[in-house]
Design a protein around this ligand. Structure first.
Ligand code: FMN
Length: 346
């Protein structure tokens, strides 16, 4: 395992999903998976919003920062800030197809400008010591020629990028929403394996459509590492086996209940600082997916009144396996809360 050139398993950057609370939650489940921030526009960081945008708990590490942008000097300044905040990698987004991002001339449309991407990578590498990596697609629109992505990788590698995270489908820049762009263009993981064959000294991370550990086992031959997005968010419990499966380490947590109790302690601190409880619980709704009581868990944790009345104790109260811990009505929540307070005070 230690011979691997790159952390084998990472959780993908996902806008509005992988915020600091989500990452703290994921880190309860795996100590070693590499986590990514949401994409942060370099311009926003340079406008002095760094403390707000990059603040995180040291316990989230190893943590990579994903930047969006296409101006080499602006990206360099943002990368420097990112490294100062302790991120272990700076990643450039060359895969987002959204129209808003295209208007800013970054994201997936940068794949049409490999020399500019190379300039961006070089500018960032010149100012930070941590690795600068690129996340991209395998092509644009309906062009499925292998040469396009091969030349993109070849040009960007000349600027010193060693790690390519490849979402193994094209980005269709016109006519599809970002969501459709994650399902409609066909997945072609064989392209990533071919890139690895053509550039054996570079690191290729396969991303796209990996749903579970079985699929990862089946698909990971011929690449260096995998990145999982939606499956990790929709079934976070899959992360609980990553450390033993991929990093040769003990898994950090024995049960979902231990995760919940640990998140409750975190929520108590965050809520005291003014963070809405819902900002934390919204990432945990899928923790019990596939288990009895999953629906009730979700419903309880998204009930505004329950969140407001029970506070962080709601997390413990909502655990499906606890007898009587499924407050269907707010009176029940109040009873449970009382009992919980009594238990804690005694
Ligand atoms: C809600 C959501 C937000 C996303 N935001 C980003 C982003 O900020 N940067 C990025 O590079 N990719 C983003 N992606 C794409 C994912 O990183 C990943 O490449 C894609 O979902 C394919 O992987 P998966 O099939 O494992 O989900 C996002 C995906 C989702 C579902």
């Amino acid at each position: 395992m230690s011979a691997r050139p790159w952390p084998f398993f990472s959780v993908a950057p996902m806008l509005d999903w992988t915020d600091r609370h989500c990452r703290f939650f994921h880190r309860r489940l795996s100590r070693s998976a590499l986590l990514y921030t949401e994409m942060i526009p370099s311009a926003a960081l340079n406008r002095g919003k760094a403390a707000h945008l990059l603040d995180h708990d040291p316990d989230e590490h190893p943590l990579a920062l994903q930047l969006g942008g296409s101006d080499p000097s602006e990206l360099a300044a943002a990368a420097r800030i990112g490294a100062r905040f302790g991120h272990c990698e700076i990643n450039l987004n060359c895969g987002c197809p959204s129209e808003r991002v295209q208007k800013g001339a970054f994201g997936a449309c940068l794949m049409a400008e490999p020399s500019l991407v190379a300039d961006c990578v070089k500018a960032m590498r010149d100012v930070v010591d941590v690795p600068v990596t690129v996340k991209h697609r395998i092509g644009l629109d309906r062009d499925e020629s292998y040469e396009f992505v091969r030349d993109f990788v070849g040009t960007v590698a000349l600027a010193g990028c060693r790690v390519f995270i490849v979402h193994a489908r094209n980005a269709w820049l016109k006519g599809l929403s970002p969501k459709q762009n994650r399902t409609v263009p066909p997945l072609r993981p064989e392209v990533v394996r071919r890139l690895k064959q053509d550039f054996p000294d570079l690191v290729f991370v396969l991303n796209g459509g990996l749903r579970d550990h079985e699929q990862i086992r089946a698909q990971a031959d011929g690449v260096d590492a995998v990145m999982v997005g939606r499956a990790a968010y929709e079934n976070p419990w899959m992360l609980a086996r990553c450390d033993s499966l991929y990093f040769g380490q003990d898994d950090p947590i024995e049960s979902r209940e231990c995760v919940v109790e640990s998140m409750r302690a975190y929520a108590e601190v965050q809520v005291a600082r003014g963070v809405p409880l819902r900002s934390i619980t919204r990432h945990m709704l899928t923790l019990y997916n596939g288990c009895p009581g999953a629906r009730r868990w979700r419903r309880t944790l998204s009930d505004p009144l329950a969140l407001a009345t029970a506070g962080p104790a709601l997390l413990s109260l909502a655990i499906p396996t606890k007898a009587g811990a499924h407050p269907q009505e707010h009176a029940d929540i109040d009873d449970d809360r009382e009992r919980d307070l009594e238990r804690r005070e005694s």
